[in-house]
Ligand binder design. Structure first.
Ligand SMILES: NC(=O)c1ccc[n+]([C@@H]2O[C@H](COP(=O)([O-])OP(=O)(O)OC[C@H]3O[C@@H](n4cnc5c(N)ncnc54)[C@H](OP(=O)(O)O)[C@@H]3O)[C@@H](O)[C@H]2O)c1
Length: 304
């Protein structure tokens, strides 16, 4: 296969999509296909080409994909409802594959999750709706016959700062489960490696970080090295479930954290590490580096 040069990224304005698109753009010509070009222009480096396109609109996708060698997908399914008529990770993917027909796309890579990694399924009780939906989307990509890889990451370290509310780092439910927290910086390097040598990539690629820590240990480390003034607060799952009876967003949050609290990671990533390199960022490194970018840390550095 000729080397891939031009990659279309869909979901480049996502929390995990923006850093991956930024890393890809250091090595490839990247075109971000986005719903909101203004938002994308604020988040992405200036040399990323930005084109309007929507997974609900096949002609917009077909026009935006012209001339591309490959596609990277960063899509999400944030609902506990299994009966919706349209999910980006299933129906959007179907539209995308229709749009891509005959355009000469040579490789597709997509972020999934460890809960959609086939060898992990036998250890999973009550899989969550997003994983069930995204596995249907993965089948649609596989059926297209275009070579593809599905990344299956565990929890990203970037979840932790998202869980800060006011002066507290929060979690919901069980904090004893251990997972191999991974940083988006390490993940983005793996994605670059995949596009550099797609012929060597497996269909499913588990992504795990360098050390297994329970949620409680990870929260303690994060607070110690990011901001020791933060309190750790853990809400009981039943409270969030109760709120979820009246609030669809909290219904999803309860669904997500029930799943998180029920599953810990066996180690699956040996082959990924061998083929694409070991992850290097520990939770301590991640927390310290984030600390240096905190507004108070920046002000202190400027006044020295
Ligand atoms: N966080 C973790 O620890 C973790 C672990 C494992 C797996 N994951 C998975 O990683 C994936 C990505 O997460 P994320 O946080 O980056 O998700 P996100 O922030 O919700 O990003 C979703 C992206 O999809 C785009 N999008 C939505 N609808 C679209 C449409 N109709 N047409 C075109 N683009 C559309 C959004 O664009 P707009 O900006 O226009 O909305 C956004 O760029 C998720 O599937 C998540 O489950 C996360």
């Amino acid at each position: 296969m000729n080397p891939i040069e031009k990659i279309a990224v869909i979901g480049a304005t996502g929390r995990l999509g923006a850093p991956v698109a930024t890393e890809l753009a250091k090595h490839f010509d990247v075109r971000a296909i986005v719903r909101s070009p203004d938002k994308a222009a604020r988040m992405l480096p200036p040399h990323v080409e930005i084109v309007q396109g929507d997974l609900r609109d096949i002609p917009s996708l077909r026009a935006a994909l012209a001339g591309m060698d490959a596609i990277y997908l960063n899509l999400a399914t944030e609902t506990a409802d299994p009966g919706l008529p349209f999910y980006e990770e299933r129906d959007g993917v179907r539209n995308l594959m229709t749009a891509a027909t005959g355009l000469g796309i040579r490789y597709i890579a997509k972020i999934g999750a460890l809960g959609a990694y086939p060898p992990a399924l036998e250890n999973i009780r009550n899989n969550m709706v997003p994983n069930l939906i995204r596995m249907e989307g993965h089948r649609i990509i596989a059926d297209s016959g275009i070579p593809h890889s599905f990344f299956a990451p565990t929890h990203f370290m970037e979840l932790l700062p998202n869980m800060i509310d006011g002066r507290a780092l929060q979690w919901i439910g069980n904090t004893r489960v251990k997972v191999y927290w991974v940083s988006v910086a390490d993940y983005a390097r793996l994605v670059v490696g995949a596009f550099q040598n797609p012929a060597a990539m497996p269909e499913h690629c588990p992504v795990q970080g360098p050390e297994a820590l329970s949620v409680r240990q990870a929260m303690e480390q994060f607070v110690r090295h990011y901001d020791p003034t933060l309190k750790i607060r853990v809400a009981p799952l039943w409270v969030i479930r109760l709120i979820g009876l009246f609030n669809p967003k909290m219904k999803f949050v309860a669904h997500l954290f029930a799943y998180f609290g029920n599953h810990e990671d066996p180690f699956y990533a040996e082959k990924t590490w061998k083929d694409l390199g070991r992850p290097t960022v520990t939770l301590r490194m991640f927390s310290e580096s984030l600390r240096r970018t905190r507004p108070t840390a920046r002000r202190a550095a400027a006044s020295r």
